[in-house]
Design a protein around this ligand. Sequence first.
Ligand code: C2E
Ligand code: CA
Ligand code: CA
Ligand code: CA
Length: 274
Amino acid sequence: AKSEDRGEVRVFDVAMADSAQMRRDLELELRQALVRSEFELHYQPLVEIDTKRIVAAEALIRWRHPERGLVPPATFIPLAEEVGLIVPIGDWVVRQACADATRWPDHIVVAVNVSSLQMRRKGFAELVLRTLSVTGLPPERLELELTESALLEDDDTTLRNLAGLREAGVRFAIDDFGTGYASLSYLRRFPIDKIKIDRSFVTDAETSADALAIIRAVAGLGTSLGMTTVVEGVETEQQLDLARGEGVDQVQGYLISRPVPEDGFSSLVSKDPG
Ligand code: C2E
Ligand code: CA
Ligand code: CA
Ligand code: CA
């Protein structure tokens, strides 16, 4: 398997941590990691197909473990969700991402993954707005990525947080579109700015007529609803051409760049024609 970052070691993961003791150990380690500032954010650019400009960067968390090296999110985010640690970790991500983005050119938006647990907390909107005002990042430069499952449950607090942030100018994207629950009604019910079509569809599109049909349908739907559409996981020129051909607005994937540390992203941006 391709390793996403150099130096990444997959020594343990949640699947291994199946005994109660191992889970408690991992939980404790995650708490310590937060206190010891062992988390870091890497950034992956989103490029507008028409202009080839970098228009946004997605913040992706990594754990700089003293012994295990760079630990990818798949090994600890699920447990963090389960034990509620995703809330303080997620708050840290928002703060760090907003602070980092103030160093980038004004037109670049920072996209942050938000857990449904964060959205369900009273005061989440206020917390994010406070972070924006402390860092000085304009709300329009923050985009929060939610999964379909976060929107599926009609949770009052989620809706209030969404409305409060939206009113202030924060943008929202639906992540991994097409992999969740096949309900399209929330596209009408929720004020969503962007649809991110899951990587699995572009991976399959060259061999599967169904996958291609889904990209086409979602790109059309998103455009008619006035949303920005993105294809994730673009690895080849052919996949980029395919996305372009279907009228998709933006792409993200290894073809453009892997997620890189903040200084790497800053230098990518400084070389960008934008
Ligand atoms: P995601 O939000 O769907 O993020 C995209 C993932 O796809 C990232 O994996 C990215 O590195 C990977 N990716 C991007 N382009 C390509 C490509 O061309 N090919 C392939 N094979 N992969 C590509 P990563 O960084 O390992 O993150 C995995 C997941 O962990 C994320 O999926 C997201 O669900 C979660 N995650 C990451 N950071 C955070 C965070 O700060 N908060 C929360 N709640 N979840 C996070
Ligand atoms: Ca995402
Ligand atoms: Ca995604
Ligand atoms: Ca379009």
